[in-house]
Design a protein around this ligand. Structure first.
Ligand code: SAM
Length: 272
């Protein structure tokens, strides 16, 4: 029996499976990491196209099913454990040649989408491309641009490191059992260089989160209430104006570049 708590909604549509593998641009030289192989439906197609596939699955009960589905392939290596806790560096070092670019392909468990993506986007990781099925609303947030309803701190955290584009949206009916939400496949092309350079990355992300804390409030109000204090109103206002950002704008209208500029200018106020 499948476990709902582990996000076990298996893909049963061969067309969609093929579309995912195509969007990931996998060829006979590709090294692939799959998260959550489940019963191996996607793993099979990946193995047929790639040089090597490494798959990490949390649920050990799937081991006999997986070894049956994958018995005709000798280029698949299975690991059992929680991808968020397992020593991913050690697995990658053991399984793939040093410095080889690795493509991540997965139909992700939706309850841990964001922590998994954040782990995959860590700076020391070898991933060049991440193509994953996720909840449609989350995909919209990853892809969103300034002024759009879904634009928020998650959009900025991801787009700071990767170019995001939705490849296709998918109805519930292609899963067994059907999830409660619609899905989408998103492709993240990880950049070698970050989109912007900031002096203090931790402060940059605190600034972004504070700016979106209350979406309907102005930037000035959000920064006063969620990052600095009321006493610093005039100082914040002066920095915003100096940087050419109207303090009455809302956080959702600022580009990553504007946040980077503000981060470098406001960090001194933070450290006072
Ligand atoms: N790849 C299969 C497919 O497309 O049919 C299954 C996808 S299903 C949406 C998600 C899979 O991730 C399940 O097999 C589940 O057991 C596994 N999983 C859930 N949480 C996990 C975790 N923290 N680490 C590794 N795998 C996990």
């Amino acid at each position: 029996t499948l476990k709902k708590s582990l996000g076990q909604n298996f893909l049963v549509d061969a067309n969609i499976l093929n579309n995912i593998v195509q969007a990931a641009a996998i060829d006979a030289e590709s090294f692939v990491l799959e998260i959550g192989p489940g019963a191996g439906a996607l793993t099979q197609i990946l193995a047929a196209h790639a040089k090597k596939v490494v798959a990490i699955e949390i649920d050990r009960r799937l081991e006999p099913i997986l070894s049956e589905t994958l018995q005709e392939f000798n280029n698949v290596s299975l690991h059992f454990g929680d991808v968020l806790k397992i020593d991913l560096d050690a697995i990658l070092r053991k399984e793939f040649p040093p410095d080889a670019p690795v493509i991540v392909v997965a139909n992700l468990p939706y309850y841990v989408t964001t922590p998994i993506l954040m782990k995959l986007l860590m700076p020391n990781m070898p991933f060049c491309r991440i193509v994953v099925m996720i909840q449609k609303e989350v995909a919209a947030r990853l892809e969103a641009h300034p002024g759009e309803k879904s634009y928020g701190s998650l959009s900025i955290a991801v787009q700071y490191l990767a170019d995001a584009s939705i490849v296709l949206t998918v109805p519930k009916t292609v899963f067994m059992p059907q999830p409660n939400v619609d899905s989408a496949v998103i492709r993240l092309d990880v950049r070698k260089d970050k989109k912007v350079a900031v002096a203090d990355e931790a402060f940059f992300f605190r600034l972004v989160r504070a700016s979106f804390a209350q979406r309907r409030k102005t930037l000035l109000n959000n920064l006063m209430n969620n990052l600095f204090s009321k006493n610093e109103k005039d100082a914040i206002q002066a920095v915003l104006e100096e940087q050419g950002v109207d303090p009455g704008r809302r956080g959702e209208t600022l580009t990553i570049e504007e946040y980077a500029r503000l981060s470098d200018a406001l960090q001194y106020l933070d450290k006072k």
